[in-house]
Design a protein around this ligand. Structure first.
Ligand SMILES: Cc1cc2nc3c(=O)[nH]c(=O)nc-3n(C[C@H](O)[C@H](O)[C@H](O)COP(=O)(O)O)c2cc1C
Ligand code: SF4
Ligand code: SF4
Length: 318
């Protein structure tokens, strides 16, 4: 059996999980390759019997580059695929949406699994509830999951089709109300981001160009291109990763303007703090083993305030 894992990871958690799954699959199959999504081409899938697709959860779904990749694929005639993700405290919408999209492309979805990952979302507390995840325990689970997926694929091919999991139902959560508010606002998510050519270090630096998941930045053309036009980023705020990794402050966000427009809308839509409610539910149910004391997570210390020196996020050696 030949397997291919394709993943996107912005801040490293999904990459760790992808590599652990790869380790497990490599032990139990003839060949297992692993590609970051930017290296993968749709026709690569033709050479493999089993695909693993990994993404962080973003606004309850896969990242827009993962979605774009899946939607670019030809019909897969029942090829086996499993999907995995890492996430904060609101992962519920991912599998219902992604499994349906994979089935629509003709895949047979043979398994799915999620793990907690550290969160560097600008408005979320830093450190976050999931700080330190995925840890060694989760990486071992991911390795075992890889072994299980190879075995499941073999058994389904041999006729045990009852092992194909049902499509998960959508779940009604508070996050849907938050997302509905943002989508209703219907703004270009990059509307609050600015690029200042005078502060930019290009061509000595090209971090934002190399790491924009949607290829929205091209500083080699005249006029320089920064950000999406329209709403195709699919996000209410954009991921703001370019702003976090820019070493010079050439990319910035108008956080005050953003909060003025959107902060009130969330509070009007939902009582209390939806993130805190979701976190309490994860901790209370025993699903989330917190690796730091609960009192270190403070909503008055969001990422954007705690990491206020440039760059606000350093990319690890990939
Ligand atoms: C733009 C953005 C949106 C996110 N949306 C969600 C979400 O809807 N639910 C959730 O549980 N976590 C959410 N997260 C947290 C990420 O899923 C989590 O940090 C993940 O482990 C990151 O994976 P990576 O390190 O591989 O990039 C979001 C993070 C970002 C940057
Ligand atoms: S916020 Fe920046 S890195 Fe993220 S998609 Fe937009 S341009 Fe790309
Ligand atoms: S990361 Fe900042 S300094 Fe580097 S090329 Fe992009 S805008 Fe310029």
């Amino acid at each position: 059996m030949r397997c291919l894992i394709i993943y996107y990871s912005q801040s490293g958690s999904t990459r760790k999980i992808a590599r652990a799954i790869h380790k497990g699959l490599s032990r139990s199959t003839e060949q297992c390759d692993i590609f970051a999504i930017k290296e993968a081409k749709p026709q690569d899938l033709d050479r493999y019997d089993l695909i693993g697709l990994g993404s962080p959860v973003w606004c309850g779904a896969e990242t827009p580059n993962v979605r774009r990749f899946v939607e670019s694929l030809a019909h897969q005639q029942g090829k086996h695929i499993f999907t995995f993700n890492t996430h904060g405290v609101m992962p519920e919408q991912y599998f219902p949406a992604v499994v349906r999209r994979l089935k629509a492309r003709g895949f047979t979805v043979i398994g799915m699994r999620d793990w907690f990952g550290d969160v560097r979302f600008q408005f979320a507390p830093s450190p976050y509830f999931t700080h330190g995840h995925p840890d060694e325990i989760e990486l071992r689970e991911a390795e075992t999951f890889g072994v299980e997926m190879a075995e499941t694929s073999r058994r389904i091919s041999a006729g045990e089709t009852q092992l194909i999991p049902p499509v998960p139902p959508y779940v009604l959560t508070e996050q849907l109300l938050v997302l509905a508010e943002f989508y209703r606002a219907g703004r270009n998510p990059h509307g609050y981001m600015r690029y200042d050519e005078k502060k930019c270090l290009y061509p000595k630096c090209r971090l934002c160009m190399d790491h924009c998941l949607m290829d929205y930045i091209d500083l080699s053309v005249e006029p320089r291109r920064f950000g999406s036009e329209g709403k195709e980023c699919d996000m209410w705020l954009g991921c703001t990763f370019c702003e976090m990794i820019c070493p010079s402050g050439a990319i910035s966000c108008d956080w005050e303007g953003f909060m003025k427009e959107f902060g009130g809308k969330i509070h009007a839509a939902i009582e209390g703090n939806p993130l805190e409610n979701a976190a309490e539910a994860c901790i209370g149910s025993g699903r989330l083993r917190m690796l730091i004391p609960r009192e270190e997570v403070r909503f008055d210390r969001p990422y954007l305030m705690v990491h206020n020196k440039r760059p606000r996020f350093k990319i690890e050696n990939e």
